[in-house]
Design a protein around this ligand. Structure first.
Ligand code: ADP
Length: 235
């Protein structure tokens, strides 16, 4: 369970998050929708510890994670897949995945091996290409690699920022398929996605964001809530 209450954050003098409150539970996709520049990425980065909150609380299964160092938050079970994917040049797919093992500190060598094998089974495209340089993968495969690297740490909560930006429709289907599978396996996924129609199909609860605030929240299964969302963000 992720509970965010009255979260504020600044970039210098700019008050970017102005009191964001949202919640999500295991086994659901929670989506953040809104125009460019309203603060969606900042919400995700603040939860992950990449941006320090000025006030408010962030609780993960009851533990206060607000303002803690990012690597600590990671080890507490929260993973982030940033928009820029961060595939490391000069490293193979497998070596990129091994970088995800830093989240598994304290586990034995065989447990780490198992964590890698489990993720490769889940991402057959990556398994086939494990010896290939990560930067030579297609955009969609790089997105999968970024997701898979985080999954090596077996997080309970996954924050995913714009996973399908610039990708071909076929690979977009695959990425939504992976998101659905992870959700059904019990992960909480907090998703930022411009393709509202695609995202809404996998979402349970959504939050519409404007100027660093939640302007309304609704259930994706509710037709009135969906109508209101489409009216608000003019898709
Ligand atoms: P969104 O994800 O909704 O497009 P962002 O969270 O990326 O919005 O950005 C919210 C606002 O904060 C924007 O006005 C953006 O220009 C500004 N911003 C984002 N990152 C930084 C930064 N590192 N320093 C200063 N301003 C930033």
């Amino acid at each position: 369970m992720l509970e965010i209450t009255d979260l504020h954050a600044h970039y210098g003098l700019s008050h970017v998050l102005q009191g964001v409150t949202l919640t999500g539970a295991a086994g659901e996709v929670v989506s953040l929708f809104g125009r460019n520049g309203v603060g969606k990425t900042t919400i995700i980065k603040t939860i992950a510890g990449w941006v320090r909150p000025t006030s408010g609380s962030i609780r993960l299964d009851g533990a206060d994670i607000g303002g803690r160092p990012a690597d600590r938050i990671c080890r507490m079970g929260l993973g982030i897949v940033p928009e820029d994917r961060r595939i490391f040049p000069g490293l193979s797919v497998l070596e990129n995945l091994e970088l995800g093992l830093h989240q598994t500190a304290g586990r034995s060598r065989s447990e780490k091996r198992e964590a890698l094998d489990r993720v490769l089974e889940r991402f057959p495209r990556l398994k086939e290409r494990r010896a290939q340089m990560g930067t030579t993968l297609s955009g969609g495969e790089q997105q999968m690699l970024a997701m898979a690297r985080v999954m090596v740490g077996a997080p309970r909560v996954l924050l995913i920022d714009e996973p399908t930006e610039g990708l071909a429709p076929m690979i977009v289907d695959e990425i939504f398929g992976i998101i659905t599978t992870l959700r059904d396996q019990g992960l909480l996924i907090l998703l930022v996605e411009q393709n509202v129609h695609r995202a809404i199909a996998v979402t349970s609860r959504f939050y519409a964001i404007e100027r660093g605030q939640v302007v309304f929240t609704g259930s994706a299964a509710n037709a009135d809530d969906r109508e209101r969302l489409f009216g608000t963000i003019a898709v």
